[in-house]
Design a protein around this ligand. Structure first.
Ligand SMILES: [Zn+2]
Length: 315
């Protein structure tokens, strides 16, 4: 291999390692405690208002960079679906001195006969090798398929089994902060206020369409049910924690708070509200909900130092 080619590979490799490391640590960098002065808020008695305590970051796992000497490896399993499978697998691991550091089971839907899982196992104090453990596991009558995932030479251990990611049968992708930050900031930096307008309209279309999607998921046109589902989705997908402080369908007004907005967080240190995409989302969603045009203003924003983002909606 030529020197030049080798250097390119090394550089790409270093980049990959760097990516993997930051993926591993990004959750640690998240603020664990949210210092909102909710108790003093005049709206704290409003329906639906909640106080945020400590956040509980979820490390999605599936990829880790091992430290030197860490004896981890992964395993992919396909098992029949039974009520004591998890317990029996846990027992086997415990008896062999294996510590399960991570396990993810793809959601098993009704009528599905088998479950698929990936796990990262710590063999530091194990009394068997990974190969011996695999042999033992494969002999269990509930195990249909079992395979070991070895870390790469550079210590990257990753789930090379599950692909693509799906939620409710629809494909999803995960962006790390540095990716979506580049995307959102890049549009602003390159196109200025025109970029902000663009983000607003993109958000608007998504919000508008999403309302219909959620209505079909809950099987109802009842606004309260659709709003609840929207809040659930936004939180579960990591976009932010939404609190509807006020919603009056007849008068066509609403007030929505967003804590930990993924969009506005990247604009911290600024002087103006930053959530143009979010404002569009809210506008599109409430245009459908109120069934008339709305005007949305982001009155408070974490980007300019407020404890949360707040949107006022008026038809
Ligand atoms: Zn904001």
């Amino acid at each position: 291999m030529g020197n030049r080619k080798k250097k390119v590979i090394e550089r790409e490799h270093a980049h990959y390692l760097d990516e993997a490391r930051s993926l591993h640590t990004i959750y640690i960098l998240l603020p664990y405690c949210y210092g909102v002065g909710c108790e003093d808020s005049p709206d704290s008695g409003a329906p639906g208002f909640h106080m945020l305590g400590e956040l509980n970051p979820l490390d999605l796992g599936r990829l880790t960079v091992l430290e030197k000497g860490q004896k981890w490896c992964g395993v992919v399993l396909e098992t029949s679906f039974g009520k004591d499978v998890v317990r029996r697998m846990g027992e086997i691991a415990e008896n062999l001195g294996i510590v399960i550091r991570f396990i993810q089971v793809s959601m098993v839907r009704a009528q599905e006969p088998s479950a698929r899982a990936v796990a990262f196992l710590d063999f530091s104090n194990a009394i068997v090798t990974p190969e011996e453990a695999l042999e033992l596991v494969s002999k269990q009558e509930f195990v249909k398929k079992a395979r070991i995932i070895y870390p790469s030479e550079t210590g990257v251990l990753s789930d090379d089994y599950f692909f693509p990611l799906v939620l409710d049968k629809e494909r999803i992708v995960v962006f790390r902060r540095r990716t979506y930050e580049s995307l959102f900031k890049g549009i602003r930096e390159r196109f200025g206020t025109a970029g902000e307008v663009m983000l607003y309209y993109v958000g608007f279309n998504i919000g508008y369409q999403t309302y219909s999607d959620y209505a079909s998921i809950v099987g109802s046109e009842k606004p309260e049910a659709i709003v609840e589902l929207a809040k659930t989705f936004l939180r579960t997908m990591g976009w932010g924690i939404v609190d509807v402080v006020e919603m009056d369908l007849e008068r066509g007004i609403a007030q929505v708070r967003v804590y930990e907005s993924f969009e506005c967080e990247i604009g911290r240190g600024g002087e103006a509200a930053y959530g143009h995409f979010s404002r569009g989302l809210v506008a599109g969603f409430f245009t459908r909900l109120f069934d008339r045009e709305v005007k949305v203003v982001e009155t408070m924003c974490v980007a300019k130092g407020d404890p949360f983002c707040e949107f006022t909606i008026r038809a």
